[in-house]
Design a protein around this ligand. Structure first.
Ligand code: GAL
Length: 968
């Protein structure tokens, strides 16, 4: 086996469209004989003929290193072995696969037969009945072999030798797990004489006339005549004709109108679903059917925690439905063509798709791009082979609006040739490649992680003439639409700054939106010694080279459970904006759909005062075309009248009026709110004398000045805190300040994680005790001075007036400024009046609505694979924090606070590498933050935007605290 070439595979038939045919086929998926050798030299020579009875067994499709043969490994840009192209390392698992199968009579009845592999990582040599069929390169691409003369009636022996690493590895250095094997299906296809071997549908739509034009090129076997049949359009015509169809309904991601069609010869019927649409660039805008579109996108990898990149139809459909429910309308297939069936789902459900070729040579970045295959003629054919296989397989899908040459492969003539080939083969789609910064051979200007400032500048540059000395390439670039193929890195608690990106995308006509990195986390699940499932990441399998948890960076976890980031993204990209005027007389609806009006949208409103719904109703949906706005009057009951104690909140929701493929009727698409703060009423002072130890129901620890108990509830605190358990973003350096250490390091250097509190004094005056403390940082002289005045109130409550003041010089911004309490028993749940129900931070809050929310113990924080700060609820006016021992009621008399309630201390969160390493300490950790820093997206992109940072500053709040004993 040759695994150090620079050529594409060999022996395959010409790439062609994935077709749904009535010709017989037989799946070879199932249990195959399998054996792995540590290197090619060590791999036995008789592997094709040896008796395989003693071999092991693997599931095909599957990855062998997730089935007990070796273990997975994760690295991002770094190559896991020396950069020595085209050589893989000597230590290189070689998997030998064997399958003896009976060719079905139906297949054997046909003279022509094909053996198809939909995905083998990374290089394979394929033998049938001891005849060498050829080799494959391009792990996520389809390879077909003509086995007409090799397949025999009765038993056939298929032998496939797969190298985990090969020359192809240099072209497939995507940021993901190394998962070798035959991981997509294997099929034998009968090819009827006179059958339909390939079809290329071009279905254009002219928005000015409403007419469609259909061009269907068919490659038939022999001389057979092919017809195109579309019953719904009354079409039954020779396929070779160009057909003009008046009054066709176009396909868009918003209204994915498909026409069922067939291409027929006398020997074969191929079923197709045709969507009419036109993709073009005009005046810096990305247009479909004549209208500018906005890509509300995500980058989608294929991954399942126990199966890696092996496809599961139900999981794929469910996750696309989940995307639709969260207003996502676009997918970049990062960084390879997905399983072929996913394209059918994109067409059917409606997604704008950037279909990306299986190509990434990112590893060469570590050697300054020396010998990068993109620029080396020796690899030219391999590059071209990859784009051909991509385009041909998926060319009939209306959802695909762009071909992407690949990811992060720098620059070079081979990329340019790919672009030229794709443009010639398929002029109906645009070419995307982020690495072509000069935009010489692409149709869109694409960037990843450009900061907000750059996105603004890119928007502005298209509004003014190019400078007189601009190069022709620069002039051209300024005419192209702009998109972010990756932005807002959804790793850990985050991503912050989404709203600000979206506002820019909406502001500049050139901007066509972007794709969050990334849809899903690639955790690998294994059973721990106690039998519970554990999620692992890079380094957990003992890899010498790895990138830790950088692969755990999704809007959903590996099981597709939404992270808060998904909920906020859904609100940011909502296709409807609901605004309520200050007097609550009218609602302004902004329709951000590019094609749809709001006829399918219903409006409903609810007015809630102090947790009670006082009025609710529906509103008529006004006529409102795409990209326009309309006003609706609100009824009188929406106005505020009586003064609320906590708040008076009016919520208007835009919901789906009818069920859709992805949601029930009543599904909330967008909402808007008007919230009026109430006037909190404090209980009357209890008029009991305070002592240094006792203020009404509160007992204090004389030595430290903090609470010991409140109405019998054991509680310690408050401690002044300015630190948080670093998030992934806090641990990384933002692109906006590359010369500074990460915030986690700055905080550590400032000693914020190890503050020490000194009791200054505790003074008793009448019914109040005033405790003064100084919370300082070790090594340095920075501190926060606190003045905490406690008074007893009637009904067992106490009032705490807290004034916090920075002292000395703080060398960095704070994570937060707040009061920390520890309750002696474990949390049971929280009821709060504040913004929720999902966690939010100052720069990650779009979905949070004011309400009276209940949170179960499991909803308090987010179970990130790598533990970190999470779970804050902002704008809280009052909360009841239930523990096993009783409930602590906290309410604010003035400013709202951010509440975080956790089973874990910050120190234990910061010290654990995995969630399964954490053991709850049986206490309830309560934080009342008076101010917080944002979270940013520093793991890739900018850190916290300046407006969301928190320099040292004074803060004050007046709280009422009360214990309500547990009722059991
Ligand atoms: C990008 C890359 C992605 C991923 C991301 C970080 O540069 O294209 O594949 O590595 O960074 O998670």
């Amino acid at each position: 086996m040759e695994i150090a070439t620079t050529s594409p595979g060999s022996g395959t038939t010409a790439p062609r469209a994935r077709l749904c045919s009535d010709a017989p086929s037989r799946s070879l998926d199932g249990r195959w004989r399998f054996r792995v050798s540590p290197s090619l030299r060590a791999a036995p020579e008789d592997w094709r003929v040896a008796d395989a009875d003693g071999w092991g067994v693997v599931e095909v499709p599957g990855h062998w290193n997730l089935q007990g043969y070796g273990s997975p490994a994760y690295s991002n840009v770094q190559m896991p072995f020396p950069v020595d192209p085209p050589h893989p390392p000597d230590v290189n698992p070689i998997g030998d696969y064997r399958l003896d199968f009976a060719a079905s009579d139906e297949v054997i009845a046909h003279r022509r037969r094909i053996l198809r592999f939909d995905g083998i990582e990374s290089a394979a040599e394929v033998w049938l009945n001891d005849v060498l069929l050829g080799t494959t390169r391009g792990s996520r691409l389809t390879h077909e072999f003509d086995v007409s003369d090799v397949l025999v009636p009765g038993t056939n022996r298929l032998a496939v030798r797969v190298a985990q690493f090969s020359d192809a590895t240099y072209l497939e250095n995507q940021d993901m797990w190394w998962l070798p094997g035959i991981f997509r299906s294997v099929t034998i296809l009968a090819r009827p004489d006179g059958g339909v071997d390939d079809v290329f549908v071009r279905a254009d739509y002219d928005a000015d006339t409403g007419a469609g034009t259909l061009d269907v090129s068919v490659r038939v076997d022999g001389e057979a005549a092919a017809r195109i049949v579309i019953p719904e359009l009354g079409i039954d015509a020779p396929a070779a004709d160009t057909l003009r169809i008046a009054g066709v309904e176009p396909w868009t991601a918003e209204q994915p109108r498909l026409y069922d069609a067939e291409v027929r010869t006398h020997a074969e019927v191929v079923a197709l679903r045709i969507g009419f649409r036109r993709v073009e660039v005009r005046d810096t805008q990305l247009l479909v059917n004549g209208a500018p579109i906005m890509l509300r996108g995500v980058n989608r990898h294929e991954h399942r925690p126990r199966h890696g990149r092996v496809y599961d139809a139900d999981v794929a459909r469910d996750e696309l439905l989940l995307m639709k429910r969260h207003n996502i309308n676009a997918v970049r297939t990062s960084h390879y063509p997905p399983h072929p069936d996913v394209l059918d789902l994109f067409d059917e459900l409606g997604f704008w798709v950037i279909d990306e070729c299986d190509l990434e040579t990112h590893g060469f970045e570590h050697v300054d791009w020396r010998r990068n295959p993109s620029a080396d003629p020796a690899w030219r054919d391999a590059f071209l082979d990859r784009i051909r296989r991509t385009v041909h397989r998926d060319k009939n899908h209306p959802s695909v609006i762009m071909w992407s040459l690949g990811n992060e492969s720098h620059v070079g003539a081979n990329l340019e040739e790919m672009a030229r080939w794709a443009k010639t083969a398929d002029p109906t789609r645009l070419i995307h490649y982020e690495g072509d910064r000069a935009s010489r051979y692409v149709d869109v200007y694409s960037r990843m992680y450009a900061t907000h400032d750059e996105v603004r500048a890119i928007g502005e540059e298209a509004l003014v003439p190019a400078p007189f000395d601009a190069t022709p390439a620069e002039v051209r670039r300024r005419t192209l639409p702009f998109l972010q193929c990756e932005f807002a890195h959804a790793m850990g608690t985050g991503p912050g700054g989404l709203q600000e990106y979206w506002d820019l995308f909406e502001t500049f006509p050139r901007h066509a939106g972007g794709f969050v990195w990334e849809w899903l986390e690639h955790g690998i699940a294994v059973d721990g010694p106690d039998g519970t499932s554990r999620t692992l990441y890079g380094g957990d399998f003992g890899e010498d080279v790895h990138d830790g948890n950088f692969v755990i960076d999704g809007l959903v976890d590996a099981d597709r459970n939404p992270r808060p980031g998904l909920l906020h993204y859904a609100a940011v990209i909502a296709p409807i904006v609901v605004g309520i005027d200050g007097a609550r007389t009218r609602v302004r609806l902004e329709n951000r759909y590019d094609f749809r009006d709001l006829a399918d949208v219903a409006l409903r409103w609810t007015r809630t005062v102090d947790g009670e719904v006082v009025a609710s109703g529906t509103l008529p949906t006004p006529p409102c075309g795409p990209r326009s706005a309309a006003m609706v009057d609100l009824p009188d009951e929406c106005r505020t009248d009586a003064a609320a104690r906590v708040a008076d909140a009016l919520t208007v929701e835009a919901v789906s009026a009818a069920p859709s493929a992805w949601a029930e009727a009543g599904h909330v698409i967008a909402s808007g709110q008007d919230v009026r703060d109430g006037r909190p009423v404090a209980p009357a002072p209890a008029a009991v004398a305070a002592t240094a130890d006792v203020v009404g129901a509160a007992r204090f620890d004389r030595t430290g000045g903090g609470l010991q108990s409140l109405g019998g509830l054991a509680i310690a605190g408050p401690t002044v805190g300015v630190w948080r358990a670093p998030t992934d973003n806090d641990r990384d350096i933002g692109d906006d300040e590359l010369d500074l250490p990460s915030y986690a390091e700055r905080w550590r250097a400032a000693g914020m994680d190890r503050t020490v509190t000194r009791l200054v004094d505790a003074l008793t005056e009448g019914d109040a005790v005033t405790v003064r403390t100084r919370t300082g940082t070790p090594i340095l002289d920075s501190a926060v001075d606190a003045r905490l005045r406690w008074t007893a109130l009637e009904g067992g409550a106490v009032r705490l007036d807290a004034e916090l003041e920075p002292h000395g010089t703080w060398i960095t911004e704070w994570a937060r400024i707040g009061l920390d309490f520890v309750l002696a028993s474990a949390p049971v749940g929280v009821d709060l009046a504040g913004y929720g129900p999902m966690p939010s931070y100052p720069d990650l809050r779009a979905a949070a609505r004011f309400g009276w929310w209940h949170l179960d113990a499991d909803e308090l924080t987010v179970d990130h694979v790598r533990p970190q700060e999470s779970g804050s609820r902002i704008g809280v006016r009052e909360a009841a924090i239930a523990t096993e021992a009783g409930t602590l009621h906290v309410s604010s008399l003035d400013a709202p606070f951010a509440l975080t309630v956790s089973r874990h201390s910050r120190r234990s969160l910061a010290g654990a590498a995995h969630n399964w390493e954490l053991t709850p300490d049986g206490q309830t950790h309560v934080t009342i933050d008076l101010a917080q820093s944002g979270v940013g997206t520093a793991t890739c992109g900018p850190g916290v935007l300046p407006r969301y940072r928190l320099p040292a500053r004074p803060a004050a709040i007046s709280l009422i605290l009360r214990h309500e004993p547990a009722s059991h």
